[in-house]
Ligand binder design. Structure first.
Ligand code: UDP
Length: 253
């Protein structure tokens, strides 16, 4: 088989040139990092789960009219996506206080916020993805005011969709991060949801027990990360129900 051209390798994913113009193959690795890659581990099966979960969320978003980069899943670890120009911002939506917001503002983790709060961080690992304001974004030209309107609207639509879907399976969407990219249709340009939506980029708590089902399990050494992600996939019906001899559900195809 001809070797595909690697375009970019990040901490958790690799991008390869796609089969058709305007497409990219996104490969999900098992590599898991936290605290700006100071903590690292390879967690068996994580990439397979995130490929499936991101497919599930992005397909749902596409179906309700929130545009995303997702085209189709290719295999266990790869999906075909639209090539887009990534806006250099991490867009964080919070429904409950947690993580950096709790630290920064001294709000106890789990406190419900008066309304969803959207924050922006500059995508720059060497700076540790610093929080930035819309003033910074406009002044430095990272996105236009029109882009920011579209980004806010996308972020809130994604929040409502994900919150509802997860509520249906007893999971609280505490917060999440998305990335947004620009695609061109001739002279016309629009913004779409890009990157991934998975437990790597969301905080997901069991509604009854408060158990964490996201990357905090790894960040805070709370147990087995793949088991937590499998539980999310199982509840959403993403994980085919087959049992291994050990009784653990596993993935086919
Ligand atoms: N997040 C992410 N990538 C990042 C930073 C944050 O996916 O580089 C997600 C994180 O998983 C959480 C939300 O964004 O769901 C808010 O993260 P926070 O700012 O609280 O940062 P953390 O406490 O994770 O450092």
């Amino acid at each position: 088989m001809a070797r595909r051209k690697k375009i970019y390798e990040g901490k958790a994913k690799i991008l390869y040139e796609g089969t058709e113009p305007g497409t990219i193959v996104q490969y999900f690795k098992d590599d898991t990092t936290a605290f700006n890659a100071e903590k690292k581990e390879v967690i068996d099966g994580k990439g397979v789960l995130n490929n499936r979960l991101s497919e599930y969320f992005m397909t749902g978003l596409n179906t309700i009219g929130v545009p995303t980069h997702f085209i189709k899943r290719l295999n266990m670890r790869e999906q075909l996506i639209k090539n887009c120009e990534i806006i250099p911002l991490e867009i964080i939506v919070r429904n409950f206080a947690a993580g950096s917001m709790s630290k920064r503002l001294g709000i106890e983790e789990g406190t419900q916020l008066p309304r969803p709060i959207v924050e922006y961080c500059l995508k720059d690992d060497s700076l540790g993805d610093p929080l930035v304001s819309e003033e910074h974004i406009a002044a430095f030209g990272w996105a236009s005011p029109q882009d920011m309107d579209d980004i806010l609207s996308l972020a809130l639509r994604v929040n409502d969709f994900l919150s509802g879907v997860l509520y249906g399976v007893g999971i609280r969407l505490v917060d999440f991060k998305i990335e947004v990219g620009r695609v061109y249709d001739g002279d016309f340009q629009r913004l779409i949801v890009a990157d991934e939506i998975s437990p790597d980029s969301c905080r997901l708590w069991d509604m009854e027990t408060g158990e964490k089902l996201d990357k905090d399990v790894f960040r805070r050494d709370l147990g087995n990360l793949a088991d937590a992600y499998s539980e999310v996939a199982r509840r959403l019906g993403v994980l085919p129900k087959i049992s291994t001899p050990a009784g653990r559900p596993t993935l086919i195809n």
